[in-house]
Design a protein around this ligand. Sequence first.
Ligand code: TXA
Ligand code: MG
Length: 356
Amino acid sequence: MEYIRTEIIEVNAKYPEPGVIERAARLLRNGEIVVFPTETVYGLGADAFQPAALERIFDAKGRPFSDPLIVHIADEHELELLTTKIPIEAKRLAREFWPGPLTLILPKGSRVPYLVTAGLETVAVRMPRHPVALALISASGSPIAAPSANRFMHISPTTAQHVYTDLSGKVPLILDSGPCEIGVESTVLDLCSDEPRILRPGGISLEALRTLLPDVQPPVQRNKVGEVEESVAKKAPGQLLTHYAPSVPLLLFDGTIEEMHTSMLAEIRRRYAKGEQVGVLIAEEDIPMFQDTHACVYSAGSENDLMQVAAHLFAGLRSLEEARVEVILCRNFGEQGLGLAIRDRLMKAAGDKFIT
Ligand code: TXA
Ligand code: MG
């Protein structure tokens, strides 16, 4: 792949400078790719209707074409360009949760290139709520297809610096509006099956969806690599268990707080004795238990504030990676609210290295 000089431009997160937005929008209209912030994670965008531009996304990320992209819109009217039918539930969900971290799987309209959907007859659509994302989509005049702006298989980026680490030399422009507010990706909700099902837990919780859609199905539980039912694997391509793998192995600990502490401390001692550099990702409340160990400690926030934990999760994994630890030990944060999305990302990072 040819080397491209990567420019990072700061943009005001609340009141994006029109000049900067117009420059990025012009690149998109000309078939280039641009990195922009959303409320979940940074996205690597291209005009959803330009196949040559879409190819650049896959090139830059090293992502296989079998992994479909989410199309981002700024106005509900754009749905008509993307889908053949807007189910009544989609309208109700959009009214409640858009703009926001909810992606809906809908029947694909004929104008949507198969490069976007990985050959599927369905398309993923969301309206982000970040002012920069909304301004950019509007200015570009077209829906924007965008995966998370990380190298394929790496952790999603929540700062422009994370993006730069993964994609410098591969993208012309990164719009930098500081850290993303939510920090985990959108919830992907399938509305094309007999019953609505969450394919990927994310920024909108199962509990919140249930208030509107009482029969919504939770994501299929997986405890080990390869344990996803085949039918689900086909509906959620790209949801490989190791999708978010950090470049260092991760062990996820389960059980009560005391059990987790005991087994994490034992694991640190065992590895330290072998000369291994260990990192731990924990909650603020756990710090006293770990501060006198030889582990490199990252606290993601209070165990009683999962919004804080989600917002710091990926930055924590990246900072432990950069500290060159050889293994990351991570506690479990429960399954309530955002806990489900946090757990999903940690399980994907852990693969089958799961400790109960
Ligand atoms: O928060 C987010 O959703 C971020 C920001 C940038 O919007 N985007 C994001 O995109 O996480 P990506 O490409 O990393 O993940 C999109 C996932 C795919 O891996 C796939 O599992 C699912 O969405 N997806 C996309 N189209 C689909 C389809 N037609 N059917 C089922 N799943 C689909
Ligand atoms: Mg991704």
